[in-house]
Design a protein around this ligand. Sequence first.
Ligand code: UGA
Length: 439
Amino acid sequence: MRMTVIGTGYLGATHAACMAELGHEVLGVDVDEAKIASLRGGEVPFYEPGLPEVLTRNLEDGRLGFSTDYAEAAGFANVHFLGVGTPQRKGSFAADLTYVFQVITDLVPLLRGDHVIFGKSTVPVGTAVQLQELADFLAGPGTSVEIAWNPEFLREGFAVKDTITPDRIVVGVRGESRAEEIAREIYATAIATDTPFLVTDLATAELVKVSANAFLATKISFINAVSEICESTGADVVALADAIGHDDRIGRKFLGAGLGFGGGCLPKDIRAFMARAGELGADQALTFLREVDSINMRRRERVVQLSKEVSGGSLLGKRVTVLGAAFKPNSDDVRDSPALSVAGSLSLQGADVSVYDPEAMDNARRIFPTLNYAESTVQALADADLVVLATEWKEFRELDPVRVAELVSTPIIIDGRNVLDVRLWKAAGWTIKALGRNL
Ligand code: UGA
């Protein structure tokens, strides 16, 4: 099938390349000329394992192209995916829908014939209906434009796998719709391997996405709240998570206690969900998400407080190494990153902070230029009074405590992600502290 993907950020660039990989002919469209030039040249403007190979292969095979021209997009295909960003609005919890509405405003007047636009961006419930009204108003005579909603569940770091072999496909459609049939053709490969294909109304599809992210955020904050109780009682949150995780109704995934969630999705999605509930007069339904958000933010403060405690009550002049800047491993994304937030707070409390991340250095430098950035893990660790493991990259999980002890000034480490082998680190002479564990 021929299709365009409008918006070539994390979501759109991945979707465009993976749809081409599935054999479709795809045009990726974005207003950002630098991004398009980079993608055209076979370069992914962010770190996503496996994506550069998929991009280059499909550019070479001629199934994938990129453009900044909406007129070209309008003539290229009758099926379009909309994957632009919906960041948190400044000064509010609500989502900023400017880019989503702009795409419809710019694209629809250029369309001729019958078109389907599948929204993929995470939007507040009710947005698709508003976009449909706008599209109906802007469509030329004899042109029909159907808006459908096809939420995306990919995780950064596993984006290619999650797009090519998703765990479910959800398509929200209005009453009389051509979108379901088109979606079945687009996702034929996944459907052939029995991937659940769920057709819903528009509101349900929009809500599925935010509900999934709200559930994941709640699960993380649940274990982090229990972690606070473990800290007050001497219990061990990791052993506890293992034990409750054996119950399949609970499951061990997303019970990783530690510095909590960040990134461009979970934090802003729970806030936008609360804001939308308020607009709908149902704010009580989601007030618990405010607590989910607070528990999450408290973990960052706790690491800073713990850092102070192990540094003799003051961070002034202490050399602190923060391992990690990305919001999670296998990503260079630093949006709302717990690691960078901790690094920033430690620095504001007078510590001399040295940060290292395998992939996120440029992005971190851009948003937090005042921190010291080391060239390597070894350089970051040199003469440290305290080490904070903030993002659980494999390189950090596999550090040799004996070797690291030779680099630092004082062997004290805070495992902000509960990933280190405590016995090994202790045996190498380290004082090790972690969240929710009495070590
Ligand atoms: C999340 C969802 O997992 C995807 O399904 C969704 O498609 C995506 O948002 C989106 O809306 O686009 P992502 O932001 O890539 O994906 O990251 P996650 O893997 O969900 O991790 C989120 C945060 O939670 C990270 O900061 C991670 O360190 C933290 N986390 C995760 C924990 O603190 N503990 C855990 O046990 C798991």
